[in-house]
Design a protein around this ligand. Sequence first.
Ligand code: S3P
Length: 427
Amino acid sequence: MNITVKPAGGLKGTITVPGDKSISHRSVMLGSISNGTTHVSGFLTGADCLATVDCFRKMGIEIDINGTNVTIHGKGMHGLKKPDAQLDCKNSGTTIRLISGILAAQPFDCSITGDSSIQKRPMDRIRNPLALMGAKIYGNENKKLYAPLKIIGAKLTGIHYTLPVASAQVKSAVILAGLYADGETVVTEPEPTRDHTEIMLNYLGADISHNGNDIICRPVKELYAKDIYVPSDISSAAYFMAAAAITDNSDITITNVGVNPTRTGIIDVLNVMGADIKIINQKNVCGEKVADIRVKSSKLKGIEIGGAIIPRLIDEIPIIAVCACFADGTTVIKDAQELKVKETNRIKTVVEELKKMDADITETDDGMVINGTGMLKGAEINSHDDHRIAMSMAVAALKAKDSTTIKNAESVDISFPGFFDFLEKLK
Ligand code: S3P
């Protein structure tokens, strides 16, 4: 599907964007291995989270979906059954990486795969620590490990693992395996990454603690089902925060957004760039911080972004690059090599597509350098089937000189079904 986006400004209104992708995935996984029924509200019915639902249904878990309300009939820590068919995580890295931590400890074997993008993403990063715990995970070995994966359930033992890269997916896979292991599991992070797994596990009765950069996980006998409220996804809100900041005469409010400090790098960066952002009505729901975010048009300036903030905004770098095109001066994004192993190589795809719109942007080995020119032209854009590229380029299109067409724009459904309707609503 091709979508044409015309230049626009003066975005006004209040919106509630769909639920958080990371928390939605975790609600299904942890609900499935909890004792009792979990009612989830605000669930993200994007393709990635539906892939997680499908995997657990194949393992015998009854899951009812009614709009954004999801009911999971959990069967406890040891209630999953061997799937009759291969599990398919489609485009979802979070599904395949987190689920592997659970599958490694089951009393059955199974196989799991995904689409062509997933089959190119490294899985040795989860296999290595899980193998140290005793897991048996095999796949396509070609320097690194790739899906399809064959996972043979095994008895696991707790380990102390230092993550070579800051990754919440890897940390979570090890913690989930640690729930089933003999003894304590400790994961040391180079930098803090999103901690939704830890928060939700503690909410459901597990014992996960922190000591500096160490996360300490003790095995559990059972998890107790509780209602889960999923806040709106700050990664989805980010497109509208950016759109309001860069277009003239805009003033928008995005309600009930998850503002967990491990996810708010985008707010910090926009603040330093000079954006007019206010965080209001803060509250705490199911252990997660939630707030409304109000953003008005502002004059932005270029900044340097790198180091410990990168994991706190890793998914927002494409939209930050768009903002940088309209900022005064130069923006340097560094220490972001991880972008190369996302749904696409996002250093390459962002640079390639923004160049089509005449951006002054250069690819570097660990990020990009953008000279803000304050001007982009309309172009024909390839989403590369990457949801975050499609949405970032749609926001760039709002501020371009003429119309922009985004090819394969349906990829937005991965994390943000209805994205283009939201954009229209604010115009
Ligand atoms: C996620 C972690 C991040 C992020 C992804 C979701 C999660 O990936 O990019 O969109 O839900 O744990 P990495 O752990 O690979 O950085």
